[in-house]
Design a protein around this ligand. Structure first.
Ligand code: DX5
Ligand code: ZN
Length: 223
């Protein structure tokens, strides 16, 4: 049965020295996606991991999809590398690509789901212009670069607007929100129209991932 809501733990807040074990634990706890935050100290002021680490965690991901969030510039040269490394979904920031349509095509040509990531200061016109090519929209509710930041309240209205665009398109597009989501604001995020939730610190900084994810699902079910 397809779950109506997608929980996507970001391994940015996991223990990097025990990454395989962390991925196993969070998947056994009920994660749907493994959110993989790629940062290059150029597009964002931080540096994380690349395709080699994606390939290393792939065998631990079981049925969970690897949701690669590229915060890198340029984009195109890395798409093939992440496809080979086992990515299932690749999302990039349109400002980081000179030719957004071409980058989306490169992802689709690999047989993967493609998406655009929209920063708090980025207009939704990028979504309108590319809606027929995308499978997922990642709306940032913090400025990209770091885990553990606070949710920007104004993004709730942007989620509403994005939901309207998706419904108008008639296409089956995942609306994922990323940054500062916690047990006490996830209800607002789902009510605004999101159906996928990236969470780093709110999952990995808790002692029992199963308990945390089941609390989140209970909150979603009651909303
Ligand atoms: C930030 C990343 C997020 C981040 C979310 O640039 O894209 O995925 O890990 O972390 P939390 O849930 O702690 O805000
Ligand atoms: Zn992310």
């Amino acid at each position: 049965m397809t779950k109506p809501y997608i929980i996507a733990p970001s391994i940015l807040s996991a223990d990097f020295a025990r990454l395989g074990e962390e991925v196993t634990k969070v998947i056994d706890a009920g994660a749907d996606f493994i959110h993989f935050d790629v940062m290059d100290n150029h597009y964002v002021p931080n540096l994380t991991f690349g395709p080699m680490v994606c390939k290393a965690i792939k065998p631990y991901c079981k049925n969970a999809l690897i949701d690669v969030h590229l915060m890198i510039i340029p984009v195109d040269s890395m798409i093939n590398e992440f496809a080979k490394a086992g990515a299932d979904i690749i999302v990039f920031h349109p400002e980081a690509s000179l030719h957004v349509h071409r980058s989306l095509n490169l992802i689709k040509d690999q047989g993967l789901k493609a998406g655009l990531a929209i920063n708090p200061g980025t207009p939704l016109s990028y979504i309108e212009a590319n809606i027929n090519q995308i499978d997922m929209i990642l709306l940032m509710s913090v400025n990209p670069g770091f885990g553990g930041q606070s949710f920007i309240p104004g993004i709730i209205e942007k989620i509403h607007q994005t939901r309207i665009l998706i419904d108008k398109s008639g296409r089956d597009i995942i609306l994922e929100v990323d940054g500062g989501i916690k047990i006490d604001n996830i209800a607002d995020v789902v009510r605004a129209g999101a159906n996928a939730f990236v969470m780093g610190s709110a999952i990995f900084n808790t002692p029992d991932y199963s308990q945390t994810i089941s609390n989140l699902r209970n909150t979603l079910a009651k909303t």
